[in-house]
Ligand binder design. Structure first.
Ligand SMILES: NC(=O)c1ccc[n+]([C@@H]2O[C@H](COP(=O)([O-])OP(=O)(O)OC[C@H]3O[C@@H](n4cnc5c(N)ncnc54)[C@H](O)[C@@H]3O)[C@@H](O)[C@H]2O)c1
Length: 343
């Protein structure tokens, strides 16, 4: 830390890393100190573009830099566990891109390593930080929609074969850990399980219906939530055209339907409601950030404040693993043809 600013390092300078660098630039109490990438030329380009102080050839050198307080892990999903554990052992706080990891035992080890080193572990599930979703969360906690019947998530996207071929780790069990659900759909899976207080049971089908990949490009899941409601999760990366992510929650007192374009329905027996009248479950500072960058800005801001105020990040490691554990249960059900009980 210097001049009272939390120092960040970004590991992995691929598709998602620029969102973190931009987010840091919007936060007065944060500074981008270092970048590391196994592809050295990418790190150099990134350093120049985002005016980052250092570009380290090795993780060890980066972790020895006293100005680095927080490491943001932006590498392929199957590398998260080892990198987080290494960072924690070096005494660095960690903000990890989704999914937290792709293996259950690695998630346990990451969480334990951060606890042992007394460093913070947060994960990026940016949908949770959007005002509308935080307001719906509050409404559900207050029971506005009555006894819930359904909570459905429609996560239907389009990714070409070229997308899967664009980086060797995409679409592999070893590094992506899954497909339409573990990579693209994990945000929506996380949202729907979070809104409903977790999942009790799942029954699923999942396979690659169209792309030449090891993992699923399409999955259909029947869910029973801890709150007693049922739901459907449809996840795909071979639906053309790409559909807006959509959530539907129906209860005996009301319904809310929200998609990427905003609230489509919010109505109870008492009449139409505007979720904006509910205080979000968590509040973030005002910032002149482009809408598509808002989620990452909020997560990086939250980690900055967690370090300065010595508090838990908004989405902790324990919270972040829930979506991955749920997706593992879905894969097990698809593999065995049987219902899987989670909790
Ligand atoms: N939150 C979101 O919306 C979002 C969006 C896209 C990706 N992601 C997540 O971010 C992570 C990265 O995805 P991406 O699409 O940016 O991948 P990418 O392939 O574009 O970039 C990954 C980078 O990491 C580097 N790298 C790989 N192993 C490394 C190591 N051991 N040390 C240092 N650098 C290493 C690669 O050279 C590459 O530059 C994934 O876990 C993905 O799920 C999140």
């Amino acid at each position: 830390m210097r001049n009272g600013k939390v120092g960040f390092a970004i590991i992995g300078t691929g598709v998602i890393a620029p969102k973190h660098a931009k987010a840091i630039s919007f936060i007065p109490e944060a500074e981008l100190i270092a970048v590391v990438d196994v592809a050295e030329e990418k790190a150099i380009e990134f350093q120049e573009k985002f005016k980052c102080v250092q570009n380290y050839a090795s993780l060890e050198d980066c972790f020895q830099d006293d100005l680095v307080d927080v490491v943001i892990v932006c590498t392929p999903s199957g590398t998260h566990g080892d990198l987080v554990i290494q960072a924690a052992k070096a005494g660095k706080h960690v903000l990890c891109e989704k999914p937290l990891e792709i293996q259950a035992d690695k998630m346990t080890a990451m969480i334990e390593a951060c606890k042992k080193a007394n460093v913070k572990l947060g994960a990026v599930y940016q949908r949770r930080a959007l005002d509308t979703n935080l307001q719906i969360k509050r409404m559900m906690e207050e029971g506005v929609f009555g006894k819930l019947a359904f909570a459905n998530a429609y996560l239907k996207y389009y990714r070409s074969q070229e997308y899967y071929d664009s980086a060797g780790w995409r679409g592999t069990w070893k590094m992506d850990g899954g497909g339409a659900l573990m990579n693209q759909g994990v945000h929506g899976v996380d949202m729907i399980q979070w809104l409903n207080g977790g999942v009790k049971k799942v029954f699923a089908r999942a396979t690659a219906v169209s792309r030449n990949i090891e993992v699923e490009d399409t999955a259909a899941v029947v869910v029973e939530y801890n709150n007693g409601s049922f739901g459907i999760i449809e996840g795909s990366t071979v639906v053309y055209p790409n559909q807006a992510t959509r959530f539907e929650i129906n209860g005996d007192n009301g319904t809310v339907v929200v998609d990427d374009n905003g609230i489509q329905v919010c109505e109870t027996l008492e009449g139409k409601l505007d979720p904006a009248n509910w205080k979000p479950a968590v509040e973030f500072p005002e910032a002149d950030v482009p809408p598509l960058a808002l989620g990452h800005f909020r997560f990086v801001w939250d980690m900055t404040r967690a370090v300065l105020d010595d508090r838990e990040p908004f989405v902790s490691g324990e919270e972040a693993r829930k979506a991955v554990d749920l997706i593992h249960a879905i894969y097990e059900s698809a593999r065995t043809g049987k219902e899987v009980i989670i909790s």
